[in-house]
Ligand binder design. Structure first.
Ligand code: DX5
Ligand code: ZN
Length: 219
C-alpha cells in the first residue's frame, strides 16, 4: 500500500472549512487528520464537536482523530457518534491503555496510540497487537508549524521492527514537521501515514502540494 498523506485540519482556514474539505476530498490526500487539544494535556486548545460535525458533513475520506486530551475514555462514544473512523489516544494520558483501546474498537473505530517524542517505542511491546495504528510524534504536541525532530527516523524503524516481529498489521503514522524534506526517508523507515499541516496549508496551492508530497513520499 502506498503511504498516505493526511492533511491536518488544525492548519486549515476555519472561516472556509467547507471549501478546505472540498479541496481535500478532491485531492490526493488519503485521510483527514483532526487534532483535538484540551489545554491540559497540551498547552493549547484547538476544537471539539462543533468542528467534528462540519467534518462529518463535508468530508468524504477517513477521519483520523488525534486526541491530545486527558481522560480520553470519557469521550470515546462521543467521537464515534461524531464520525471518527480512527481514534488515537496518547500513551502518556492513559493509565489503562489496554482498556481504552478495547473501548475504541468496541465502538467500531480503529484504535491508535500516540507517543510523545520522549516516550520509547519499547513501551508498546505488550500492547502492539491491540493497536491498529501507532502515531509517532515528531514534534512536541500542541502546535502546528514546529521543527521536525530527527530522532523520529530511528523510532519509526524500531517500531516497524516491533510490528514485523509480532506479525501484526499496525499502521505507523508520523505527525509534526513533515514536509518534502523528510517524507521519503520516513516512508523508507516504515511510515504508512504522514500528517502534514503547515507544509500543506501554508502554500499557495495546497492541493498541488498534497500531490507533490504524495509523490515524494512514494518515490
Ligand atoms: C501537533 C499536531 C499535529 C499538527 C501538525 O500537536 O498533532 O497534527 O497539526 O502540524 P505541522 O505539520 O504543521 O507540524
Ligand atoms: Zn496530530
Amino acid at each position: 500500500m502506498p503511504a498516505l498523506i493526511a492533511p491536518s485540519i488544525l492548519s486549515a482556514d476555519f472561516g472556509n472549512l467547507q471549501r478546505d474539505c472540498e479541496m481535500i476530498n478532491n485531492s490526493d490526500a488519503g485521510w483527514y487528520h483532526v487534532d483535538v487539544m484540551d489545554g491540559v494535556f497540551v498547552p493549547n486548545i484547538s476544537f471539539g464537536f462543533p468542528v467534528m460535525n462540519v467534518l462529518k458533513k463535508y468530508a468524504t475520506k477517513t477521519l483520523d482523530v488525534h486526541l491530545m486530551i486527558v481522560e480520553p475514555d470519557r469521550y470515546i462514544q462521543r467521537f464515534a457518534e461524531a464520525g471518527a473512523h480512527v481514534l488515537t489516544v496518547h500513551y502518556e494520558a492513559c493509565t489503562h491503555l489496554h482498556r481504552s483501546l478495547a473501548e475504541i474498537r468496541k465502538h467500531g473505530m480503529k484504535a491508535g496510540v500516540a507517543l510523545n517524542p520522549h516516550t520509547p517505542v519499547s513501551h508498546l511491546k505488550d500492547i502492539i497487537t491491540d493497536c491498529d495504528l501507532v502515531l509517532i510524534m515528531s514534534v512536541n504536541p500542541g502546535f502546528g508549524g514546529q521543527a521536525f525532530i530527527e530522532n523520529t527516523y530511528r523510532k519509526v524503524a524500531e517500531l516497524k521492527e516491533l510490528i514485523d516481529k509480532q506479525h501484526c498489521q499496525t499502521l505507523i503514522e508520523v505527525d509534526g514537521g513533515v514536509s518534502e524534506n523528510n517524507a521519503a526517508a520516513l516512508v523508507k523507515a516504515g511510515a504508512d501515514v504522514l500528517v502534514a499541516g503547515n507544509a500543506v496549508f501554508a502554500t499557495a496551492n495546497p492541493s498541488a502540494t498534497i500531490t507533490q508530497l504524495y509523490k515524494t513520499a512514494n518515490s
